[in-house]
Design a protein around this ligand. Structure first.
Ligand code: ADP
Ligand code: MG
Length: 718
């Protein structure tokens, strides 16, 4: 779809043109840009939160306490009243049916003049019972001519910020709505029957007539809302289908391990210290099937923490290497990358595979040497952190890219990794013309955070998914317990017991104590962990208690990790640096301090660090109240289930899909209007219509996507 790039570029140019202007722009104009209200269409799609009814006047005599109403009358008295501590401005307004007081706790002298007796005013606000009858505090007020007309539509109240007044925004939206190109693009029969055209729908949403069903507008069931939601879902489905079509045109090197027992792939399978579970065997087959094709694999491997994804990626790597290509494995943290590196070295180096190791902390000559190994193709397997996608990293023949804990990476980073083969192709004189697109590596993403089905259907239609739905044999499920923080001493006693059990001739036991990351202040964060470390060291004499946090030098981190992995260090106090992937099978107790501050997915990841061996494991969630309802739900979910899929489902319930997928959401929350929970019928129709539109009216489809997604379509490709 050539047409798809165009609109993105156009929007980007517009935004760029707006940027220098923003330096000179007024406060409200700048605030508007900050809210992403750049194009007319952006403003037209900035919908009201609610409405105020200024179309009617209520007779003063019929007002009741608690009403929010608009009245009109004549000022018959206005004065400053002195109470003990402050001065209030109070005006009395009458119409033919009664009288009401207006009260200002803060006011300017000019206001008193404005409210001279005899002035006719239109007033709106919430009616309260005062000492001397009904009153409105800080009403919205206008001095009016007796026959001033009332507005003919409800007044919209928009989501905004302090720097952007409602009145300014209202004017801007109304003007943009008149200018925005809102003509019908798509054939009418695409839409569910009975919905208004886009322009009418937006008109109805911004300026509803007084007769409109307010409840339907506010709960988004109104036909105008249905039209908008459907438009949005359709744009989303179309761009997915386009991404899929684009991917189908891409080419990748077909990677076959080759037959016979002599290949690297076969020898690795032979050398593994365990038998693959049936689920692992199945996903390995799915992955190798993809890799054998000349179209790039784009597959997510999901499996609960501890389900054994690493070995699956090692087998895929061995397949790529057997076929004569390189494999890159990228992990989000240095600790995790190092652990993969050690594990893979252990498995693959004895089989003669040359490996390279790239992280941010490797610099200078060492790094240079690694880069040369990668560029010459001598290193068949490259493991590292984000350092793997730096611009100076050139691969000779990158055939397979593996991204572990993919949800921790941004879209840009995954795109950069995929571009690595293209860059190398060009550098080596590999030509690509319009007829033969550049080669891309196969991409395998791994995650313990499963994508719920509804999200998979909407956001990831272009992604193939393999699932490991079985844990390796011999694991006992982790028991999760909730403790209020005032029972800390009990928890420490529990640690003592755990360690003693290990000492009594049983297999050794180890303990993690996790302290939360305090986002606002790394310093406090550290303080937290350091204090706890001192506390535990004092409480557990004769036990080696270690400390691990993000700001330690890499070498020191590695030293601590290796003491813990080696078993000499029995207790490890850590910040969330251990969150992902760390694998120490003898760790059987985890304490998470201030568990209420963690997200559900994160808690589940952390808990996955224990229960990796044969010992029954326990996870203690320490919390301090008062707990928010969401925090309560999270802790309850943790105590009730160990199942990563169930956890993901509950996470979706608690947070809503908007926040769920992290990186994909950085495309500005792709669904602003539709709600996957309530709008499944609209979604089903959008899924049905998208392929038809692409077939029958590709031009209109591209225009529709551009209108809705602008420059955000890139986000759908990673
Ligand atoms: P995750 O899916 O969370 O990345 P890992 O790949 O770290 O899990 O595997 C967890 C542990 O299980 C590792 O120690 C790994 O060696 C081990 N393991 C993986 N597959 C099997 C298996 N089929 N049988 C026994 N142990 C396995
Ligand atoms: Mg892992």
């Amino acid at each position: 779809m050539k047409g798809q790039k165009q609109p993105g570029t156009a929007a980007a140019t517009q935004a760029a043109a707006a940027a220098p202007a923003s330096a000179r722009a007024s406060g409200p104009a700048r605030a508007m840009l900050k809210l992403g209200l750049v194009r007319d269409i952006d403003l037209a799609l900035h919908l009201p939160l609610r409405y105020e009814d200024e179309t009617r006047l209520v007779p003063i005599g019929t007002l009741r306490e608690g009403d929010t109403a608009q009245v009109q009358g004549q000022v018959h008295d206005c004065r400053v009243e002195h109470s003990r501590t402050r001065r209030h401005l109070v005006a009395r307004v009458r119409d033919a049916t009664g009288e009401i007081a207006l009260r200002w706790l803060h006011f300017y002298p000019s206001q008193q003049k404005q409210l001279a007796a005899g002035r006719r005013v239109r007033v709106r606000g919430e009616v309260r019972g005062g000492f001397h009858g009904l009153e409105i505090v800080h009403p919205v007020l206008k001095v009016v001519e007796p026959d001033a007309p009332l507005p003919s539509s409800l007044t919209p109240v928009y989501p905004t910020t302090a720097a952007l007044p409602q009145a300014y925004l209202r004017k801007a939206v109304t003007a943009a709505l008149a200018r925005a190109p809102l003509g019908e693009i798509l054939p009418a029969d695409v839409f569910p029957p009975g919905l208004p055209a886009l322009r009418e729908a937006l008109q109805a949403l911004h300026h509803p007539a007084p007769g409109e069903a307010l409840a339907a507008l506010e709960d988004r069931s109104h036909p105008a809302w249905q039209r908008l939601k459907f438009e949005e879902l359709l744009a989303q489905q179309l761009s997915q289908a386009q991404a899929l079509a684009e991917r189908a045109r891409l080419r990748a090197p077909p990677l076959h391990a080759g037959d016979g027992g002599g290949t690297l792939r076969a020898r690795l399978a032979q050398a593994l210290p365990f038998r693959l579970t049936a689920a692992q065997q199945r996903v390995v087959a799915e992955i190798e099937d993809d890799m054998a094709r000349s179209r790039p694999m784009h597959r997510l491997l999901q499996g609960d923490v501890g389900s054994g994804k690493t070995v699956v990626s090692a087998l895929a790597a061995a397949t790529a290497i057997s076929a004569g290509w390189q494999c890159a494995l990228m992990a989000p943290t240095e600790i995790l990358a190092e652990q993969h590196f050690r594990k893979l070295v252990g498995w693959l180096e004895p089989l003669g595979v040359r490996m390279a190791w790239l992280t941010g902390s490797r610099k200078g000559r060492q790094r240079q040497a690694m880069l040369e190994l990668v560029a010459s193709g001598e290193a068949a397997l490259v493991v590292g952190t984000h350092a793997v996608i730096q611009h100076d990293v050139m691969f000779a023949r990158l055939g397979l890219a593996v991204v572990d804990e993919q949800h921790r990476f941004g879209v840009e980073q995954r795109l950069a990794l995929r571009a690595k083969l293209g860059a190398q192709g060009a550098a080596h004189g590999g030509q690509h013309t319009d007829t033969s697109p550049p080669l891309e590596p196969h991409l395998l993403m791994m995650s313990a955070t499963p994508i719920p089905r509804t999200l998979a259907m909407t956001y990831y239609a272009d992604l193939d998914v393999s699932t490991i739905d079985e844990l390796p044999p011999g694991r006992t499920p982790v028991l999760t317990k909730l403790f209020a923080d005032d029972r800390r001493a009990q928890v420490i006693a529990r640690i003592r017991d755990e360690l003693a059990q290990g000492a009594e001739g049983h297999a050794p036991r180890q303990v993690y104590w996790v302290c939360p990351l305090v986002e606002e202040s790394e310093h406090v964060d550290l303080q937290n962990a350091t204090t706890t470390h001192a506390e535990l060291s004092a409480a557990l004499p004769g036990t080696m208690v270690g400390l691990l946090h993000g700001r330690m030098p890499t070498a020191e981190k590695a030293a601590v990790m290796s003491l813990f992995t080696g078993g000499q260090m029995r207790v490890l106090v850590a910040t969330t640096v251990i969150e992902v992937g760390v694998d120490v099978p003898t760790a059987s107790l985890m304490v998470i301090e201030h568990a209420e501050r963690f997200g559900l997915a994160q808690l589940h990841q952390l808990r996955g660090r224990v229960g990796r061996g044969s010992a029954a494991s326990v996870c203690v969630l320490l919390y301090s109240g008062p707990l928010s309802p969401a925090a309560k739900d999270r802790l309850r979910a943790m105590a009730e289930t160990n199942d990563g899929f169930e956890i993901a489902r509950r996470d979706l319930d608690i947070r809503g899909p908007g926040e769920f997928m992290g990186a994909r959401q950085s495309g500005d929350g792709l669904l602003r209007f539709a709600d996957l929970g309530t709008d499944s019928a609209l979604l089903a129709r959008a899924r049905e219509m998208a392929p038809r539109l692409l077939r029958e009216s590709p031009q209109a489809a591209a225009q529709h996507v551009a209108r809705w997604l602008g420059s955000r379509t890139d986000y759908l490709k990673a």
